[in-house]
Design a protein around this ligand. Structure first.
Ligand code: CO8
Length: 264
């Protein structure tokens, strides 16, 4: 692939968007390649994904402004749908996806980061939705996910004013979970991916589904979603092994600190 690299290390997959001449901006080819890479992830062995940008300046500097500049109304809608379909695929990807934000996360870049399960940023990261300054609205889910993540007030301020914010402000408003030194970013993202990967994969996937599906529902219906997914875990070998391990006597040599879950 020309713009998207994929690397697997144990149970952690890392997707790197690599289009240096445009600060990793998302053109149609990048979106297509990212979609293709997601289809290639081996869900039997990979248990967490990290998405990052190549280089030390930019995660993704937005959708490609050159490509968008001549779109018609219908083409604009179609381009928006292409991004939205892909970002929904990331949001609902069966395993957790972590955004490691290593610089500019503007427009479509911030929208990509927000479609991931959570975000770890380097100190030099910059977040924003500059679209109104370009004569458009955010178009890859920004008007929706930003308000859900940081609340209406900050979302409206960022979108209407098109003012970029630095990592510390993003942390304060809850747009990112953690901010670390640039050289620590991938270590930190890998640390969380590894923590996720050592837990029972069926349970982790069920938890992601429960949080995502329940979030849009009334609480009484939302806990119903959880009940079903919680119940389904009891059909797994990993639940049996995980609980049996806990219940083994303290001095039982068969008891291990972390169960090597089998994904079954
Ligand atoms: N699209 C295309 N090219 C870009 C983009 C982009 N979004 N961002 C940067 N580039 C290119 C520049 O044109 C430049 O190319 P060249 O060297 O050939 O001139 C190269 O990357 C380096 O950029 P700069 O020289 O501008 O670097 P600076 O350090 O001076 O500035 C910035 C860095 C601040 C990131 C600046 O490049 C910038 O403001 N970029 C645009 C950011 C932006 O507005 N992003 C939002 C785009 S709109 C969007 O994402 C909407 C998403 C939904 C679309 C739905 C469609 C229907």
């Amino acid at each position: 692939m020309e713009f998207v690299k994929y690397e697997v290390n144990g149970a952690v997959g890392t997707i790197t968007l690599d289009r240096p001449k445009a600060l990793n901006a998302l053109n149609s080819a990048v979106l297509d390649e990212l979609n293709e890479v997601l289809d290639q992830v081996d869900l039997d062995t990979v248990r967490a994904l990290i998405i990052t940008g190549a280089g030390d300046r930019s995660f993704v500097a937005g959708a490609d402004i050159g490509e968008m500049s001549t779109l018609t109304k219908a083409e604009g809608e179609a381009f928006g749908k292409k991004g939205n379909d892909l970002f929904l695929k990331i949001e609902h990807f069966p395993i957790p996806v972590i955004a490691a934000v290593n610089g500019f996360a503007l427009g479509g870049g911030n929208e990509l980061a927000m479609s991931c399960d959570f975000r770890i940023a380097s100190e030099n990261a910059v977040f924003g939705q500059p679209e109104t300054g370009l004569g458009i609205t955010p178009g890859f889910g920004g008007t929706q996910r930003l308000a859900r993540l940081v609340g209406m007030g900050y979302a409206k301020m960022m979108v209407y004013a098109a003012r970029n914010i630095k990592a510390d402000e993003a942390l304060r408003i809850g747009l990112v979970n953690e901010v670390v030194a640039p050289e620590e970013l991938m270590n930190e993202a890998n640390k969380y991916a590894s923590l996720i990967a050592r837990n029972a994969p069926i349970a982790v996937r069920a938890a992601k589904k429960a949080i995502n599906e329940g979030y849009e529902k009334e609480i009484a219906d939302a806990v119903g979603v959880e009940e079903k997914l919680f119940g389904s875990c009891f059909e797994s070998e990993d639940q049996k092994e995980g609980m049996a391990n806990f219940l083994r006597k303290k001095d039982d040599p068969q008891k291990v600190k972390h169960v090597a879950f089998q994904n079954r």
